[in-house]
Design a protein around this ligand. Structure first.
Ligand code: UDP
Length: 243
């Protein structure tokens, strides 16, 4: 991010490297209920990102000291497969995955009705199989569908999408090159029914005006992601799904 480069991210016609318009999201496809052993699951492809989310619980909280009499403990684990990036990623937790897991867990805590299941835990595991920028948003979007698929009571799903700055433009849903050579990335997640913002980060530099534009654009992206989330659940539960 913020890397100095001559690479031209937006052409004279306002098209991006992959032919997208400024406010165009990468193609997003979600399937609910793809894993037999999990209580709920989802598979998601967003551009070249591929992620799978699995939800287990509510079940007995282990380790015990994490249990709360006030509600279920959400445990979100974001993990990148070693083969998900071009240079092999060292397996296991690192600072980045710990951060992403923490903020995603906080976002989902705003919608899951955890108080219904005291002393239990709900595990949300997301594996990134292929990464191409925007994986935290892809993971969170898939995780919400997996939670719904598991029948976990929620106020709403959480929908997530990023906006950022490529060249001199504020654009929706940065691709890999835009993320590497762009000037800023603003991942966001909202509760679509209320518009409440449950995740908002910024990497890079933006003026206050640009930041506002990015937020508006990212909100639109979240709403588009939400439509796909609902489609995935309807496909499974209204017939037309695989199971
Ligand atoms: N990335 C990578 N190796 C890593 C971490 C990230 O190649 O160890 C790539 C990956 O494609 C990822 C992108 O960098 O999607 C942007 O990473 P960032 O930390 O901004 O998170 P994301 O945009 O995926 O939420």
């Amino acid at each position: 991010m913020g890397m100095k480069s001559d690479i031209k991210l937006i052409d004279a016609k306002g098209k991006r490297l992959d032919g997208r318009a400024i406010d165009e999201m990468r193609p997003l496809k979600i399937e609910a209920g793809v894993l037999e052993q999990a209580d709920g699951s989802a598979y998601l492809e967003w551009g070249n990102n591929k992620v799978i989310a699995a939800v287990y619980g509510p079940r007995e909280c282990l380790p015990r000291h994490k249990a709360s009499p006030y509600g279920s403990t959400l445990m979100y684990r974001y993990n990148m497969a070693p083969f998900s990036v071009d240079d092999r990623k060292r397996p296991g937790r690192d600072r980045r995955s710990t951060e992403i897991s923490k903020i995603s867990e906080e976002a989902l805590n705003k919608v899951v009705l955890t108080e219904r299941f005291p002393n239990s835990m709900i595990n949300i595991n997301v594996e990134v199989l292929q990464a191409d920028a925007g994986t935290r948003c892809a993971a969170l979007t898939a995780a919400s569908v997996a939670l719904a698929d598991a029948g976990i009571p929620m106020k709403d799903m959480v929908a997530s999408c990023a906006a950022g700055k490529a060249g001199d433009h504020i654009v929706l849903d940065l691709g890999k090159l835009e993320d590497n050579f762009g000037k800023a990335d603003v991942p966001m997640a909202i509760v679509p029914h209320t518009g409440e913002i449950v995740l908002l980060q910024m990497d890079g530099d933006l003026s206050p005006k640009e930041f506002k534009t990015a937020m508006t654009l990212a909100t639109k992206g979240c709403m588009m992601a939400y439509e796909e989330q609902k489609k995935a659940l309807k496909a499974k539960y209204k017939g037309g799904g695989k199971k």
